[in-house]
Structure formats: structure tokens, C-alpha cells
Design a protein around this ligand. Sequence first.
Ligand SMILES: [Zn+2]
Ligand SMILES: [Zn+2]
Ligand SMILES: [Zn+2]
Length: 316
Amino acid sequence: MAEDSLYQLLWNGLSTLTGALFGSEEERKDPAIFALSPPLLREIFDLLSPIDQICLFLSCVKFYREFEFAVNYDEFSFPRLLHTNTQPSANPENVPRNQLLVRLEDSRWAFCSACVNLHRRKEFTPRSALKISPFKRRCMPNAGIVDLCPCASVTYRDCLHIAKYLRETSRGNPVRKPRARLRQVFGLLDLEGQRFWVHRCFALGDANTKVDLSYGLILGDRPSLGIADGPLTLSMLARYTIHCNPLAPVADKPVFCCPHQDLLDHIRSGEQWRYLPCGVRIFGPRSESDSPSESVTMLVVRPLGNGGWPAGIGWH
Ligand SMILES: [Zn+2]
Ligand SMILES: [Zn+2]
Ligand SMILES: [Zn+2]
């Protein structure tokens, strides 16, 4: 056999073999699912479960763009515990967000049931946590979600992110934009050289009790307010103004400033200040109007961690 013929035979044989194993060049560029018409693709998409829809949506840029406006399920969003007025589910395996994130686990990312998020596997402390069921797994012993107000729930990692952002910007260092989920809630404010992440909220209270909550997250010590754990201490400085209708029945919907204290209870106690074992300090109430029962203001200082890793026992 001439050398040219042998070469051609070998070339054709290898082409057939690689085509059978990996598909032809053309097929690899254009998988069959990409050839489906948009209406047919949309029909298939509509038949999938929400979790399968999101997995398809995340599988490539083409489907991401195709279904970007179709994928919007509240059940997969980060939890807002105060907002929904529910506690974390007793059966985490039944929570859609948990099911989705477990499905998205891979060799690099693992689900944390305490933060309700994916973390890099190397960040779990201790590493043996990766061996237990994902629905019971925690990235660190004191991990968890803290509700600052009905629109802002943060993990300990969020607080480290905020603290790092504040520290680097105060030094004038270039920083990446804050996480989108946090940017949606917080604005940045410079006040006499002190940088805050600020938020204002009217979502607390009920028909008879309106609560105007303004707060800032600050980094640094404030000895006058009892914050002196070190330069990385992140704290929430909050001003609660509570407007009550004096003719209405006593409000039965609590106004929590932390998981342990209902501010309406504090007002009813008649005390002018309170220090809680969790580190929260309440100053007031002070009357804001002629009629003391109509409008009162309290200042609340809530520590959010000293920046160490992992989270300390006081994180919650
Ligand atoms: Zn976690
Ligand atoms: Zn809010
Ligand atoms: Zn507390």
C-alpha cells in the first residue's frame, strides 16, 4: 500500500473514531438542543420542575439569556426571616432553596445549611463537616443568619465582607463593588470621616404601630457606646422611632431589635436603658412628641462580630 493511501486510511479511521467518541467538529459546536426552535425550547422549559428549570438556565450563556426573565422564584431567594415572619424550617430537606443548592454542589462548592448558601469546600471548619448530610452541614459551629430588619438578613461572611469593604475604603484602597444582594439594601454614607453602610426601613410594626428604623453599619470602636472589641468590630447603630395610636389596642406584633428583645416590651417596662447578655445596648425610650404615648425613640447598638474567623458564640 502506497504511503499516501496508508496515511489517508489512518486519517479517515481516526476521524471516524474521534467523531464517534466526541461528535464531529460541527456537532460539538452545535448540540442538538441548540437547534430546537425557541417556541419548542420554551415548551420543554415549561414542563420542567422549577429546580430543573434553574439548572437548565444556569447550564450555558445561551439558556441564561433565553430564560433570564422566566426564572424568578421567591422560594429560591435568600431568606428574610423577619419579613416572612417564619422561623427556619424544621425540615430543611423540604426547603426549595436548599434542594436547589444541594443539586448545584460540585467538587469545589458545598452547601451550608446555616448560611443557606454554597461555600468553597476548603472554607468549612472543621473539614469533617463535609462528610455529614448537606442539610445538617454548617460551615462553622456558630454560623447562621442574622436579621437586621425585614429587608436585610446577613450571614457572618456578609459581615466580614462589609467590614473588609469599610476598612479598605477608609484606607483609600481600591475595592470591588459590594455584593449585589447587599447593594440592593444598603447605601454608603460618609459622615465626618466615618463611613457607614446605611438603610432606612418602614416595614416593621402593624396597623396601629408604625416603626421608622434608620441604621448604619460602622467599623471601629465606640467606647462611649460600649463598642471596644478592636478595630475590626462591626456594629449596627440603629434609631427606632415608634409611633403608636393611643386609642388603639396594645400592639401584639413585636418589634425585635435582636432575637432576644421586643422593643415594645422594653417600652412597657418603663426602663430608660437596657444592656442585654448578647451585647445589645438600648438607650431610651425618649418622647418625640407632646404626648409621650404617641411617639418614642430608642437608640440601639448591636455588635455584629469582631472580624475574627470563625464566628464567635455571640454571633447570633
Ligand atoms: Zn455557612
Ligand atoms: Zn429594612
Ligand atoms: Zn440579643
